[in-house]
Design a protein around this ligand. Structure first.
Ligand code: C2O
Length: 353
């Protein structure tokens, strides 16, 4: 059977995957229980498609709008489902033991390290983006993506740091030696390689080629292993974790988080990652990798052909603060979700590691 998110009132404080006694963020991650009724998802009927721009190429006007939206989110009361804190907690609840599986109260619900990784995060960003758009009254608003697979976009976009604390996209828990113009290490494992720029760029392109093509020839190697109702989360056992999830995705989390803190806050741990605005911009590019992987048009590049994948579901508050149940099968086609990605080159297509 498919993994199913239970009634949200069953949520408990998160205790898995981090050290609560050294935490800089709360582990009380359950969603506000405004509503008991869970609606079934309906596709949006927006007139325009939201186009997510590459962060490093975005205009000053767009960045100003993005920041204004984040500021509005930060201004809401914490217990509002649209607040910055509520949005951050979603990740913590779904990733650190807040939920158990529907009808299997003894089994943790964990959306990492398996085939749930890509679809869960696609839905998470889908609602986050629509909430931001609603807060600034712009139904075409789209979040930016951090184009780290492209040499021109490999350092942390400047707008996250400029202006410091007054900047709503700023976060106090980042690794200060990894800010721009440092080039992100897409193979980062916690040790500094101190490569030259040229060398790091080529290592990165090689890593992308491996995770998107050479080691990602079928759905299981790309999406991750099967995870069905009643089973334990797969855990970090290769090769059950998808190539991108295990590779550049995790590398960027660790690269951005403050490695001097015991839990690597914010980006370096699931429970706190959602508190850094970088999280959503990073995940937009992770989500883009799913689209790009499909668009490569290589035989075998298909979604898991399994009903337990298609029917797995999660519960989110939508842009109208209504609870909605969403299914993996409904997030496969971006055109139905009314968003897409601004074009960027695929410079790693022929890179040999
Ligand atoms: Cu849910 Cu990048 O992690």
């Amino acid at each position: 059977d498919p993994i199913t998110t239970p009634d949200i009132s069953t949520c408990v404080a998160s205790t898995k995957g981090f050290q609560p006694k050294n935490a800089v963020r709360t582990n009380a991650c359950c969603p506000p229980t405004l509503s008991k009724t869970v609606k079934e998802f309906v596709f949006p009927n927006d007139r325009a498609t939201r186009i997510r721009p590459a962060a490093h190429r975005a205009s000053p006007e767009y960045i100003a709008k993005y920041k204004a939206a984040i500021q509005k989110m930060r201004d809401l009361e914490d217990d509002d489902p649209h607040s910055f804190v509520s949005q951050a907690k979603i990740h913590c609840a779904y990733c650190n033991g807040g939920f158990t599986q529907d009808k299997h109260p003894d089994k943790e619900l964990q959306i990492h390290n398996s085939w749930l990784f890509f679809p869960f995060h696609r839905w998470y960003l889908y609602f986050y983006e629509r909430i931001l758009g609603k807060l600034i009254d712009d139904p075409t608003f789209a979040i930016p993506y951090w184009n780290w697979d492209n040499p021109a976009g490999m350092s942390l976009p400047d707008f996250f740091e400029e202006g410091g604390k007054a900047n709503p996209a700023f976060d106090a828990y980042r690794n200060s030696s990894h800010l721009a113009p440092a080039i992100a290490d897409l193979d980062y494992d916690g040790t500094e390689k101190n490569y030259t720029c040229i060398k790091q760029l080529s290592v990165n392109l090689g890593a992308m080629n491996k995770q998107m093509i050479r080691n990602a020839g079928d759905w299981k190697s790309f999406f991750g292993g099967e995870y069905r109702a009643g089973s334990d989360p797969i855990g970090n056992k290769d090769p059950s974790v998808g190539s991108v999830e295990a590779g550049c995705h995790t590398a960027i989390h660790r690269w951005v988080g403050n490695s001097r803190l015991p839990n690597g806050e914010d980006m370096g741990n699931f429970y706190s990652a959602g508190y850094d605005p970088v999280f959503y911009v990073h995940h937009a590019n992770v989500d883009r990798m799913w689209k790009v992987w499909k668009d490569l048009g290589i035989r075998g590049h298909i979604e898991p052909p399994d009903n337990d994948w298609r029917n797995a579901s999660y519960v989110f508050y939508d842009e109208n603060k209504e609870l909605v149940r969403v299914y993996n099968k409904d997030c496969v086609r971006l055109e139905k979700l009314k968003y897409d990605y601004q074009f960027a080159p695929i410079p790693w297509k022929n890179s040999r590691p």
